[in-house]
Ligand binder design. Structure first.
Ligand SMILES: *Cc1c(COP(=O)(O)O)cnc(C)c1O
Length: 368
């Protein structure tokens, strides 16, 4: 069977679009007729609705999730000579924003849940460390309270990378409220995805909020007055409109992905390694990872059964070419194990029970 006869695609964004299409097309016309396309009513309302959803005091919409993290680092004054720690098994954006700010990315080994391990954190912190960017990878909260406590002892900031985790909770608190700020992505592939790029950040710190609002819009206090050198990182009104329409469905969509994850766990955990989710967290399953030494064979087999999968991510950040010879294999064994043994199964709200069963049956057949 070839890839184009896949019956369980890895994602199906067009199916999700159908759920907002009618409202979107109607309101798009009104938006066009309004003549107001940048930082207008849609962005304002979207920020309010996101603040309420994330239970944060302030939400600032920006051009993408990377910018959300980057602007926080800039607003905190992090730059050359500083070090910032993140997870080596994350998407590369968690690290490049550190380099883009002029600072040096450092990595910390991950734990049994493949999130940054607080036990390895203290020895990664140096005199130059200014912040930690823990990642709630795959939509599963990391041990954020322990991380924040360690950071506090060392008087460094925590900026949560929530790009994959909108709607996730740790000890009943929405992610993005534990550190000084949280960065979220609205990239089409994320749990709340737009029809293009977008992102936002949460903070409960009013000074930081003010500063980042300036940074995202040329440093302008008003039309004519520039307070500091800024950037252009705004979310546009059309994307904000789409985000508002989709946000209404997000809780239901996250419930559905949790349902799928629990079916995967029930049927697959006896035959392959799956992620153990701590009982004090509520994940949103951006990805569902299984682990096996036969990963590549399993992946090829599933494709012959019409099931598309991905690897998140095949090369950990510390072993990427961009780092040259800075790190050797073996530096972060758990993160490296994930890159060679993990496979991400399709998981998204429009996946049918029939498709979920096709996946579990095919995985079982492979191991028999
Ligand atoms: C997607 C992602 C980002 C970056 O978001 P963009 O909107 O693509 O810039 C950052 N960190 C993680 C973990 C991500 O998955």
């Amino acid at each position: 069977m070839s890839a184009d006869s896949v019956i369980v695609p890895f994602v199906d964004l067009a199916a999700q679009y159908q759920e907002i299409k009618v409202d979107f097309l109607l309101q798009l016309d009104a938006l066009g007729a309004s003549g107001h396309y940048i930082l207008g009513e849609q962005v304002l309302q979207f920020e309010k609705e996101l603040a309420s959803f994330c239970e944060s005091k302030h939400v600032i919409a920006v051009a993408n999730g990377s910018d959300a993290l980057f602007l926080v680092l800039k607003a905190l004054g992090i730059g050359p000579g500083d070090e910032v720690i993140t997870a080596p098994n994350s998407f590369v954006a968690s690290a490049w924003v550190i380099a883009a700010a002029g600072a040096t990315p450092r990595y910390c080994e991950v734990d049994e849940g493949f999130n940054l391990d607080p036990k390895h954190l203290a020895k990664t912190i140096t005199k130059r460390t200014k912040a930690i960017i823990p990642v709630h990878l795959a939509g599963i909260p990391c041990k954020i309270e322990e991380i924040v406590n360690i950071a506090r002892e060392h008087q460094i900031e925590v900026v949560e990378d929530c790009a994959q985790a909108i709607g996730a909770r740790y000890r009943n608190q929405h992610v993005g409220n534990f550190g000084i700020a949280g960065g979220f992505s609205l990239h089409p592939l994320k749990n709340l995805g737009l029809l293009g790029d977008g992102g936002f950040l949460t903070t409960n710190d009013s000074n930081l909020d003010t500063r980042i609002r300036l940074l995202r819009n040329h440093g302008l206090v008003d039309r004519d007055h520039v307070k500091l050198w800024g950037y252009n990182s705004r979310l546009d009104e059309i994307q904000a409109l789409i985000g508002r329409l989709k946000l209404r469905h997000l809780n239901a969509w996250n419930v559905r992905v949790r349902e799928i994850a629990s079916i995967y766990q029930k049927t697959l955990s006896t035959i392959v390694e799956t992620l153990k989710v701590p009982s004090d967290s509520l994940p949103v399953w951006h990805n569902f990872l299984i682990f096996t030494e036969k990963r590549d064979n399993l992946r090829n087999y599933l494709l012959t059964r019409g099931i598309d999968t991905r690897v998140h991510y095949p090369i950990p950040i510390h072993l990427q070419e961009v780092h040259g010879n800075e790190y050797v294999r073996g530096s972060f064994p758990k993160a490296e194990y994930q890159s060679t043994n993990s496979l991400s199964l399709p998981i998204y709200p429009t996946l049918t029970d029939h498709q979920v069963e096709a996946v579990t049956t095919a995985v079982k057949d492979f191991f028999e």
